[in-house]
Design a protein around this ligand. Structure first.
Ligand code: FES
Ligand code: FES
Length: 164
């Protein structure tokens, strides 16, 4: 079977159809940014985007995403290699502590800004509510999202392409 991951068609053995998407990404494709934590649809550490919608990849069957567009943290940077504004904001705000939850947090935030480029505080909190952080980095995550939104707004005002 074939998956479309980060804009590239990737072939995987049919035997992996009934595995979780998270296992397939990590063990078949070597994309280890999405993390296994609860494995029960509860924490968001495994978040990736499916047709631009965040999903918990630990709870998605690989066969169910065949032919659909998957985006993982490995595909979030720009084609020229420059960081996505969220990735830069995460660095600028020194968000991660242990780091384990952070790729899921960034992917969830990417979906939010793609849908709503200028979210309010309440909208950020609501959108990020399903992504848990045992280290308690929530305030820095919110600051980073606001920073990335401001950067996106300023680059768009200057006519620079920033999405995708
Ligand atoms: S590991 Fe998937 S939701 Fe926790
Ligand atoms: S940074 Fe440690 S779990 Fe979030």
């Amino acid at each position: 079977m074939q998956l479309i991951v980060n804009g590239t068609a990737r072939r995987i053995p049919d035997a992996w159809r009934d595995e979780t998407l998270l296992s397939t990404l990590r063990e078949q494709l070597g994309l280890v940014g999405a993390k296994y934590s609860c494995g029960m649809n509860l924490c968001g550490a495994c978040t990736v985007l499916l047709d631009n919608v965040p999903v918990y990849s630990c709870s998605v069957r690989t066969a169910d995403v065949e032919g659909r567009a998957l985006l993982t943290i490995e595909g979030l940077a720009r084609p020229d290699g420059s960081l996505h504004p969220l990735q830069q904001a995460w660095i600028d705000e020194r968000v991660p502590q242990c780091g384990y939850c952070q790729t899921g947090q960034i992917m969830q935030a990417a979906a939010l800004l793609s849908e709503n480029p200028s979210p309010s505080e309440e909208e950020i909190v609501a959108a990020m509510a399903g992504n848990l952080c045992r280290c308690g980095t929530y305030d820095r995550i919110k600051r980073a999202i606001r920073r990335a939104a401001e950067r996106l707004a300023s680059t768009e005002a200057a006519g620079v392409q920033t999405d995708g």
